[in-house]
Design a binder for this molecule. Structure first.
Ligand SMILES: C[S@@+](CC[C@H](N)C(=O)[O-])C[C@H]1O[C@@H](n2cnc3c(N)ncnc32)[C@H](O)[C@@H]1O
Length: 233
């Protein structure tokens, strides 16, 4: 959230995957308080992916989503897009300053979300992906291979299970070693996550507990983050 606020970039804030609005409320609140524009939130609200939360007998999460935004007082701050991300991508034309990916966590789904919207990231934009430092193999693999391994991105980090990075196509190479230090342990967690569909057990659990702490995922002091995110301009 701090990286979102500090990103020295102009453009839209886009959330892919809202469910009942927990992250939407946080992003809407920060962007409104700091005058960083509205949040477009795309979700068909039907939990279509195998990785989605259960709707517990309901047909949709839409009504709870709207109620929660209204209760939090941020309904006006959110442009609700009740659609699949690939449908939104067909009509999307706006530059993006913050991209939050928390939709389909399969490899194909998470990669498509990044591929479809990466062309709209402005220099200095922040992308953040939820559940990458956990047991979702697909989302983790996309973050490692498409973000940490790519010189299009500069500073990067983990905060809890969230992976974030700054889009820096002009000078991302300068941060290659920093990203690599995160990628080494994170890559080791990919096969662990692959075998964790029925929970972490035995040797797999040991590997998870061994490699996960080696990928730093605590808070970064705000001044340090501010320095890291400062672009050349
Ligand atoms: C993990 S939940 C999102 C959680 C939410 N960000 C939060 O903080 O509570 C995943 C959501 O992604 C949505 N989803 C799945 N596939 C999608 C797609 N292709 N495009 C947009 N949303 C999708 C599901 O409907 C579900 O509501």
């Amino acid at each position: 959230m701090a990286a979102t606020a500090l990103a020295p970039a102009r453009g839209k804030n886009l959330e892919i995957g809202s469910f009942k609005g927990r992250s939407t409320v946080g992003i809407a609140y920060v962007t409104r308080e700091l005058g960083l524009g509205r949040v477009a939130a795309v979700d068909p609200h039907t939990s279509p992916s195998s990785t989605d939360p259960d709707l517990r007998g309901k047909a949709t999460s839409y009504d709870d989503f709207v109620d929660n935004l209204r209760t939090a007082g941020v309904l006006e701050q959110v442009e609700i897009k009740r659609a699949y991300s690939h449908d939104l991508a067909r009509e999307w034309r706006d530059p993006i300053r913050f991209l939050w990916i928390d939709g389909d966590h399969t490899y194909e789904g998470a990669k498509a979300d990044l591929d479809m919207f990466k062309p709209y990231l402005v220099d200095g934009a922040i992308i953040a992906m939820h559940d990458v430092l956990g047991t979702f193999e697909g989302a983790l693999r996309v973050f490692v291979e498409e973000v940490l391994d790519s010189d299009d991105f500069g500073p990067a980090g983990f905060s809890g299970s969230i992976g974030w990075a700054q889009y820096r196509p002009r000078d991302g190479k300068r941060f290659r070693w920093r990203r690599r230090l995160l990628a080494v342990p994170a890559r080791r967690l990919i096969p662990v996550a692959r075998h964790a569909d029925r929970g972490l057990r035995g040797w797999n659990k040991f590997l998870y507990k061994f490699w996960r702490p080696l990928a730093p995922h605590g808070d970064i002091p705000i001044r340090r983050l501010e320095r890291l995110l400062r672009t050349a301009d």
